[in-house]
Design a protein around this ligand. Structure first.
Ligand code: NAP
Length: 208
């Protein structure tokens, strides 16, 4: 599958490595430009690209950048794309965003409002990058970590759930984008590496 990854840091770099290891055709982009991505490209066989190159050809685009950088993304480019939102809102890093501070909006809904027409799916936001790197297990293995997947587009969600399974994690349907606050920071499933039953219980137990 052609996958574009926006962000080459802890999460974007990890997904570049893991998705390339599965044989996907990955183009990765960051804010400094392709010339800064030579080492990652050589290590993984991914293509170092511009943001436009990473998005234009992609069937799936992962966005793994500080949330404050989302409003400046060129929304038109993302129209119709399956966009995996791995981001979290941290006020100390991202500044005050009123709708997010009072939690009246999930950060993925806020992202989807900026990327109008994109098929946004929230995933990978609740697992530490290092665990995403080295804790994948075959399907059915004891202790397989489960990851919640939220979105409004059933087909987009299915595509992302299949990728998660291939990466070695149990995908758990976490409902809609509006409900994706249930997997945001400070919820029971955030950074706690639960199994599938544990994730379902954690999503149900989450309190606004
Ligand atoms: N770290 C984790 O374990 C973890 C886990 C789950 C979710 N998350 C979330 O995932 C997101 C990324 O976190 P991270 O830890 O991977 O961050 P990070 O290591 O600081 O990397 C951020 C990446 O975003 C890129 N970037 C920034 N602005 C950009 C823009 N306008 N266009 C393209 N690329 C841009 C940076 O590129 P340059 O270096 O070129 O500026 C860098 O490659 C955050 O929202 C975070 O909350 C993190």
């Amino acid at each position: 599958m052609k996958i574009g990854i926006i962000g080459s840091g802890r999460i974007g770099g990890t997904l570049t490595r893991r998705l390339r290891a599965l044989g996907h055709d990955v183009t990765v982009a960051n804010s400094r430009g392709p010339e800064s991505l030579g080492d990652l490209a050589r290590e993984t066989g991914a293509t170092a690209g511009t943001l436009e190159q990473a998005v234009e050809q992609a069937e799936v685009v992962v966005v793994a950048i500080p949330l404050l950088a989302v409003p400046a993304l060129p929304a038109k480019l993302f129209e119709g794309k399956v966009v995996v939102d791995a981001n979290n809102y941290y006020p100390q890093r991202d500044g005050d965003i009123a709708e997010l501070l009072d939690r009246s909006l999930s950060s993925s809904r806020w992202t989807a409002e900026h990327l109008k027409g994109a098929r946004v799916v929230k995933a990978f936001n609740n697992i530490q990058a290092q665990h995403l790197m080295d804790q994948g297990r075959p399907s059915g293995a004891d202790g397989r970590i489960a990851l919640p997947v939220a979105g409004d587009d059933a087909d987009a969600k299915r595509v992302v759930m299949e990728l998660i399974d291939a990466l070695g994690f149990d995908p758990v349907d976490a409902g809609t984008l509006d409900g994706s606050w249930r997997q945001q920071p400070a919820t029971p499933v955030y950074g706690t590496d639960r199994d599938a039953d544990g994730v379902r219980q954690g999503l149900a137990d989450a309190r606004p």
